[in-house]
Design a binder for this molecule. Sequence first.
Ligand SMILES: [Fe+2]
Length: 227
Amino acid sequence: MNRRKALIVGSVIASSALLQANTKTPIIIKPSYGSTHQIKPLSFNPKSLKGISEKVIVSHHDNNYAGAVKKLNLIQGQISSLPHSAHPIELGALKKEELIALNSKLLHELYFDNLGGKGVLPTSMKALLTQGFGSVDAWKNDFVKTGKSLGGGSGWVILSYIKEEQVLINQIAGDHSDSVATGIPLLVMDMYEHSYHMDYGVKAGKYIDAFMGNINWKEVSSRWEAI
Ligand SMILES: [Fe+2]
């Protein structure tokens, strides 16, 4: 944990003071349309997870995630080629589909990137979760139970930090959207059935247990450090 994060965990007042001292990095703006989104490869060996099979991970990555990226490229291509005279309804329908495909892409990348670890919480993240939820167990109970509530259905469970409120929240994001407006995702769990059905059928709880044991907390910690 760096000095800034240590103070955030230790004191809400200190965090405000340090945010003011934060140095600005240059912001890059790319064209919104006209470029192609690339499929990000897995950051871990799909054979290395315990309790989530290579078959599920590869299918999930190559079909569901890659499908979302391809769909996003298709939708954005259609938006960019709409004539200036296009009806707002035509554009609006594409914008809704664009949001779903874009969020699906982004959430899947966060999900895969926060897998591939051993599920061992670093001290800094223990302190953070204890600060937010009272204890690591209380956070875990809230996160796991939120996931189980989606068993047999669909959606995402996201541990997010809301800067404006200075709080952590385990939230549900349905339809690849519905996220807290300014929530910054730290840990993402896919609860769509394609994440576990081939391994566990309808037993979503077994998948959640396996997910918790494969979390790459180093990645989660680095997301927190980057805020
Ligand atoms: Fe998925």
